[in-house]
Ligand binder design. Structure first.
Ligand SMILES: C[S@@+](CC[C@H](N)C(=O)[O-])C[C@H]1O[C@@H](n2cnc3c(N)ncnc32)[C@H](O)[C@@H]1O
Length: 227
């Protein structure tokens, strides 16, 4: 199995432990520092290895039963090319599986503070301006068909976070984290001012603590078979 855009490899490790020592699981990521962390954190797991690779330049030759990418295509300007590359890395009758977002369908109850609503709108505009598809989840079926994949099945994998959940502030807090990280790149790119970024981060943290009930991130898992 090939896990593309594995990040620091925690999910890849879980897959390897599920597959067992007879299987081979390879995690790849374009970011070399992620792969360094993955190797350091998960050394010694039988059958598991990590390599630096771009999704558009995967090991050729149709070697894998399953090729997967979770939350990766959302960052790409050319997801169709990525899917073609993933398909080519799968064996004949192998499976390609992608999990991704439609950021246009995220929902908050009650509405988050105006500063975060402005930040989120700017985030979507900034992503679109750099060529990323904010609604990639709902385009995956078409992209799979255009990559020549058959037996395509899509399943809802929406992430619902409720106030009563023990990890609610961490999970729903993703947007404070985005403001604190990507937000600086958005400021550098002129998508938002530092004052607006800072207000969004601060107000959203207060809203999470005092006013938030729930947050839903819209995710689909789509799988198809290499014909
Ligand atoms: C949001 S993280 C997802 C990590 C993991 N798959 C998960 O679901 O928790 C996206 C990852 O995709 C990687 N990535 C982005 N563009 C890539 C590309 N062109 N090729 C391979 N990996 C890429 C990033 O470096 C990052 O580690």
């Amino acid at each position: 199995m090939l896990d593309v855009g594995c990040g620091t490899g925690a999910i890849t490790r879980g897959i390897a432990e599920t597959v067992g020592p007879e299987g081979r699981v390879v995690g790849v990521d374009v970011n070399a520092s992620m792969i360094d962390k993955a190797r350091a954190a998960h050394r010694g797991v039988p059958g598991l290895s990590f390599e630096v690779a771009d999704v558009e330049a995967l090991p050729p030759g149709g070697a894998f039963d399953i090729v997967t990418a979770a939350r990766v295509l959302q960052w790409l300007a050319d997801p169709a090319a990525a899917l073609r590359s993933m398909t080519a890395a799968a064996k004949s009758r192998g499976r390609v599986v992608v999990l991704d977002y439609n950021h246009e369908k995220a929902a908050w109850t009650p509405a988050p503070p105006p500063s975060m609503r402005r930040f989120y709108a700017a985030f979507l505009q900034w992503r679109a301006a750099t060529g990323m598809n904010n609604a990639i989840a709902d385009h995956l079926r078409d992209l799979f068909a255009r990559a020549g994949l058959g037996d395509i099945v899509a399943t809802d994998q929406h992430e619902v976070s409720q106030r009563a959940d023990p990890d609610f502030e961490m999970r729903a807090g993703i947007w404070a984290a985005v403001a604190a990280t990507r937000g600086h790149q958005m400021v550098a790119d002129g998508a938002i001012s530092e004052r607006e970024r800072h207000a969004a981060e601060t107000d959203y943290r207060a809203w999470l603590r005092d006013g938030a009930d729930s947050h839903v991130q819209y995710l689909l898992a789509v799988e198809g078979v290499r014909t």
